[in-house]
Design a protein around this ligand. Sequence first.
Ligand code: HEM
Length: 549
Amino acid sequence: MHITQILVQLISMAIMNESSINSTAQTSNPFEIHISDHCGGLLLGLLSFMKTINIWHCITSLLVIFVAYDQFIYLRKKGPLAGPKGKIPLVGPFLQALYPDFEAYLVQWASGPLSCVGIFHKFVVLASDRDLARTVFNSSAYVEPCVVPVAKDLMQPSAWVFLNGKAHVEFRKGLNGLFTRKSLDSYLPTQEKVLCDYFNQFVTASLSNNGKALPFMSHFREINCALSCRTFVGDYISDKAVKKIANDYYCITAALELVNVPLSLYVPYSKVWLGKRAAEVVLNEFTKCAAASKVNMASGGKPACIIDRWVLNMIESQVYRDKIAAGIEDPEKPTVLLRQFSDFEIAQTMFTFLFASQDASSSATTWMFQIMAQRPDVLDRVREENLEARGGDRNGAIEIKMLESMTYTNAVVREILRYRPPVIFVPYLATRDFPVTPKYTVAKGDMIIPSCYPSLHDPEVYPQPDTFDPDRWISGSATVKSKNWLVFGTGPHNCIAQQYVQMTMTGMLGKASLELDWKHHATSKSEEIKVFATLFPMDDCQLSFKKRE
Ligand code: HEM
């Protein structure tokens, strides 16, 4: 029996009962009779009706209506956009969301400047065209970053990266000081120590494996986690905790699907559930670091990491306020006046840095080592430039001036980021109806995703875009055509750490080039691209390392 027939039958039974009630409703206690007769009649009718219906027909009919409604909503939202002509009933291409396929993204981007897909309850619009992508990045009145929907659960909704408009600008102003040239210079000794430790580990791992190929992607994830933790929270964190975070971080990355299975946060041992637990460990560790830094800085300690610098800025702001309150005239004013942030707020902010950096930096590092092993011509030039910049002393310490002076090594890093951009798109959420073009309005609550990859592989701007060519940044026109440079996004939420990334990668590549020899053991999967939040070689980068004589 079709659901509409069931409804008609129910309504007609209710009407029949109503008329019988009306006919008996003139007794001494009309109210009582009315209620009991009404309920009783309806109940009896319902019971006898229940006997006649088949529960499976009922469920099927409900499902058919639901699927039809879901399809109708998808097609109405799709309008003129490119994209599948219909939605896979209810779930959409959720398997692709679980196991993203880079080739499928290429097809989707090629399908039109604006295309769409519906996954579970989410309608997602992808902007592949450069100018449309830039419009989205720059439309904070209509969109807010959502990274991926589960990011708010992992970092908690109060994290500063989810702020928008004035509140976001103000918060970010207070952080800019942590990424100035002077600050970056002060992080270099700590970073160089981490590089030394891990380069030794790379060599040891290869030696223990008799120089045979090992998948190095996980090593590169770990070195980046250690670099970040030491730069962000210095020696306030133990080696053991860094190692645990590096291991557990895998669970956080695994949870970052474009659209998660609904309610999976509450399902024990699901990816999202495990990711949330790993995030809590990081937040706890960083909260302890914030408390320790406050004690150290208050007793005159020298700032050695990002957290120290931020706490020091807070102390300086407080000193300034105290002087004003005490009536001292014209005290020296800090560049930005900060309020006092709680230990948890500091930890949460450091976690946003780790969250933003870990996957992207690991991806960039992985491709860097793979591509350099494949291109000895490029690596030789990097070695030559690095040795010269250190005045011939290959153990010379990394300094910011030296890093900035190396035109070719910087061009190599830039080309790695263009050729294999770690972040291929950045999901945003429409906070209200967003007329992204005169013909299409993204509805409030839908996702709109500006893509970075197509702009970075645009043959008009980067001739032969699938060729790795660092010289395009020196003698070519790539630097001038900066509108396509979307590696770090653009607009109010663009990556706060662009110089930091350029500096860290240039430092890492230079030091590795002088101290290490490494070989790529190519497999049939080496050039295939795996999407694990960011891009990696499908075979996890098969390498072997040895110390350079
Ligand atoms: C290869 C490395 C990296 C790449 C490719 C990268 C790329 C990006 C991209 C595409 C965005 C989004 C921009 C937008 O929405 O317009 C972003 C945001 C951000 N990145 Fe990076 N990033 C990298 C490393 C880092 C590192 C090392 C840090 C921290 C030290 C960091 C901190 C951030 C933060 C905090 C944001 C959000 C900024 C905001 O909301 O105002 N990133 N990054």
